[in-house]
Design a protein around this ligand. Structure first.
Ligand SMILES: NC(=O)c1ccc[n+]([C@@H]2O[C@H](COP(=O)([O-])OP(=O)(O)OC[C@H]3O[C@@H](n4cnc5c(N)ncnc54)[C@H](O)[C@@H]3O)[C@@H](O)[C@H]2O)c1
Ligand SMILES: [Zn+2]
Ligand SMILES: [Zn+2]
Length: 394
């Protein structure tokens, strides 16, 4: 089959790879009809290069049609239309039964000290072949796969795989009081949904992003938008009686603009020999912390900072003085996708499209064009906000 593979930092290519086969009784094989590129793929593209191996199949936002199931699969049947959550979880362990599916004890990548295995996500998360491909093997298919109806287009459902539940969890963790205020940093696909979910829940929502078309898109959905920089911060503080918003969702993560030293570290890290690169990741602060520091500065005293953006360094400096003095609560983590499906399914199927899932994708390109698509999404050229790759199976 054809699949998007990581080759070296900043270089992905579409190659012939073996078709996936059933390996365990609980597996299913899904024929992919739509598969998106995520901001998390951009981390793998460069900075997390030391954890990638040439030929790794990328992708963790996919949906399609079940082709084949193992003997242990009873709920899902061949022919079912399904969305594949990016976190691989069993549904039965101590963590899963407490709604912490991204910490699943059955799939945890213990040799790396990581949480649940993820599709297409480097050695750190189990090196499981990903969904930017014609076919995908899905472990624990009965629990994981989200079965959906046949009538609505893929774009309605696809984002149940990652960014919709991630944004939802980010806003739940932000714990905004009823009628309160929320600021979202970053208006990539994840920030778009976090901000819209805030509006949907009746909060006053502010958002910051340096890219004009991303601000315009959010403004169409009732979000008050600002450019990066001190004016936006001041305006949001003014609008919240000088205190700052009740909560901030950081939907940027470690690719933040405005951290020139860490940017250089990023570039060096991605290109170091593997062992040296991994060592450096473990000992040097590689995160570009501009957005995280803005979150801490902006949130009101006693408020909550909810990190949805992924950070990856183990030695990134944090302003503990402000964090302690301002009495800030922090929540973060990979999304527990299956915890939020029941909340989100009615919203994506609602004819009124309350979260605007049909107003996000700017580019639908053939899977074969993945290399150009990655560059387009990373550089934000051509108004690119979200790319869906099409393996030609619809
Ligand atoms: N926790 C999870 O389970 C999970 C799931 C999906 C994505 N993510 C993470 O969420 C983050 C965003 O993903 P995305 O797909 O929206 O990616 P993206 O890269 O398209 O979006 C990031 C946005 O942040 C903006 N930005 C950069 N620096 C900024 C700054 N200093 N202030 C304000 N805005 C700034 C960029 O212009 C961009 O629009 C990534 O870190 C990704 O890894 C986490
Ligand atoms: Zn993702
Ligand atoms: Zn589990």
């Amino acid at each position: 089959m054809r699949a998007v593979t990581w080759q070296k930092p900043g270089d992905v290519s579409v190659e012939d790879v073996p078709d996936p086969v059933l390996q365990a009784p609980g597996d299913a094989i899904v024929r992919i009809t739509s598969t998106a590129i995520c901001g998390s793929d951009l981390h793998l593209y460069e900075v997390l290069g030391p954890y990638m191996t040439a030929g790794d199949v990328l992708g963790h936002e996919a949906m399609g049609i079940v082709e084949e199931v193992g003997p242990g699969v009873t709920r899902v049947r061949p022919g079912d239309r399904v969305v594949v959550p990016f976190t691989i979880s069993c549904g039965e362990c101590w963590m899963c039964t407490r709604g912490l599916q991204s910490q699943c004890e059955t799939t945890q990548v213990t040799d790396q000290g990581s949480g649940a295995a993820l599709f297409g996500f480097s050695k750190l998360y189990g090196q499981i072949p990903g969904g930017q491909a014609e076919y995908l093997r899905v472990p624990h298919a009965d629990y994981g796969l989200i079965t959906v109806g046949a009538d609505l287009p893929d774009e309605r459902y696809l984002f149940l795989s990652d960014i919709l539940p991630t944004a939802w969890q980010g806003v739940m963790y932000a714990d905004v009081p009823e009628g309160g205020t929320l600021a979202v940093l970053g208006l990539g696909p994840l920030g778009q949904f976090a901000a819209r979910i805030g509006v949907h829940r009746g909060y006053r929502v502010f958002a910051i992003d340096p890219v004009p078309e991303r601000r315009d898109m959010a403004a169409r959905h009732g979000v008050e938008v600002f450019d990066e920089g001190p004016e936006g911060i001041e305006a949001i503080k003014d609008a919240t009686a000088g205190r700052g918003p009740d909560a901030v969702v950081d939907a940027v993560g470690m690719e933040a603009h405005g951290s020139p030293i860490a940017r250089t570290a990023h570039q060096i890290m991605g290109h170091l020999p593997k062992a040296a690169g991994r060592k450096a990741m473990e000992t040097v602060g590689v995160d570009r912390l501009a957005a995280l520091h803005t979150s801490i500065d902006l949130v009101r005293r006693g408020g909550t900072v909810s990190l949805s953006g992924v950070y990856g360094g183990t030695a990134s400096p944090m302003p503990l003085l402000s964090m302690f003095d301002k009495q800030i609560q922090f929540r973060m983590g990979q999304c527990n996708v299956r915890s939020w499906t029941e909340d989100l399914l009615p919203l994506v199927e609602d004819a009124a499209d309350p979260l605007g899932v049909t107003d996000l994708v700017t580019h639908r390109l053939p899977l074969e064009e993945a290399s150009a698509a990655y560059a387009l999404f990373q550089k934000k050229h051509d108004g690119c906000i979200k790319v869906v790759l099409d393996p030609g199976h619809r």
